[in-house]
Design a protein around this ligand. Structure first.
Ligand SMILES: Nc1ncnc2c1ncn2[C@@H]1O[C@H](COP(=O)(O)OP(=O)(O)O)[C@@H](O)[C@H]1O
Ligand SMILES: [Mg+2]
Length: 329
């Protein structure tokens, strides 16, 4: 097992998440290990169903049990191991040290309370702010995410905000307690494309201002190019490639990553370039292919790929890949 880098803010080791379904047990996250450094933007990328949300929820111990279960692993955050920490410790870390932004803000906003109340609550709870200082902090937060007429907006209810405004409000909320880490799970997927870019830029600026690390989860590898420092590519519950964003875009090594790159429009390439969807569908988690789960869709698969699961193997420049066929050879 890889040794924990001493400077890592968050170290995830062998994280395994299972869900019990009528048809059997799904291993949604299968022995996933990665580090998040302070101030870093780390993207977690892969098709729908590959285990991105389950990974994010497990980091905050938010997997609903039942049907879910964290079957194995360790999550080291600063001097704590979160999977064995008591509930009070985890509650304090959640929202205060590690904040989360979901794809659909209405899942985390309460429709019957004003924006002001919902923005203020964590500040009262974790920062002990009251009265004028609480109001001033709430106004400053809304201003920092460019919400016009913040004083009036504090009295609004979530449904009176547009989708983009609600997500900016979620960014403000996530920053309110100066967290060390923000986890954003497909924060822009529900929004239209022009607003997506604005929102990602806002998120990037906000984490930089607050010196927070960001775990940016998305199914769209084209979107993260401009924002991420590192990229972890996930397939069928496993990390199959991990490298700096630069390396992933210039010299991808896993055939799945290459397929993802060919299947999404890139901001840094001419639009005329032909998009090639990856053949086939992601596997059924109840009936995963033998060996490398990607082999039935892989144009380069050899016999060994059908027989043995390739381990994530580290190469130069911190570039790791789980593949029996090295596309560089
Ligand atoms: N509550 C649940 N009950 C049963 N299966 C689940 C549940 N949540 C997620 N899964 C399964 O776990 C796998 C990973 O899901 P998820 O983490 O949501 O994927 P992603 O976020 O990458 O789209 C999928 O096969 C999904 O069907
Ligand atoms: Mg998801």
């Amino acid at each position: 097992m890889a040794k924990t880098a001493p400077e890592a803010l968050l170290s995830v080791r062998d994280l395994t998440v299972e869900f019990a379904t009528d048809a059997g047990i799904i291993t949604a996250v299968d022995a996933v290990s990665f580090d998040l450094q302070a101030g870093e933007i780390l993207a977690l990328v892969g098709e729908s169903g590959c285990g991105k949300s389950a990974t994010a929820l497990a980091l905050l111990r938010l997997i609903a049990d039942p049907p879910g279960r964290i079957a194995n692993g360790e999550i080291h955050f600063r001097d704590r191991e979160l999977l064995s920490a008591d509930d009070a410790t985890v509650r304090d870390i959640r929202g205060n040290r590690i904040a989360m932004i979901f794809q659909e803000p209405m899942t985390s906003l309460n429709p019957v309370y004003t924006i002001g109340r919902q923005l203020g609550e964590p500040l009262q709870l974790h920062k002990n702010l009251r009265g004028d200082s609480l109001l001033a902090k709430c106004l400053a937060l809304l201003e920092s995410v460019n919400i016009p007429e913040p004083r009036r907006r504090l009295q609004s209810y979530p449904h009176q905000f547009s989708g983009g405004m609600r997500q900016r409000m979620m960014i403000a909320m996530s920053m309110s307690c100066d967290p060390d880490i923000v986890i954003a799970d497909e924060p822009t997927t529900a929004l239209d494309v022009t607003i997506q870019a604005q929102l990602l830029e806002l998120l990037q600026a906000q984490v930089a201002n607050h010196r927070a690390a960001l775990l940016l989860i998305t199914h769209n590898l084209g979107v993260v190019a401009r924002y991420a420092d590192r990229v972890n590519v996930m397939y069928a519950g496993r990390i199959v490639e991990s490298a700096s964003a630069d390396e992933i875009y210039r010299t991808p090594r896993h055939p799945y990553t290459i397929g993802l790159l060919r299947s999404v429009p890139r901001l840094d390439q001419p639009i005329s370039e032909k998009l090639l969807p990856i053949e086939g569908q992601p596997p059924n988690p109840l009936d995963l292919p033998s060996g490398c789960a990607f082999h039935p869709r892989c144009p380069l698969a050899i016999d060994k790929c059908r027989a043995e699961v390739p381990a994530l193997t580290r190469h130069a420049n911190g570039h790791a890949v789980a593949c029996w066929v090295d596309v560089r050879d």
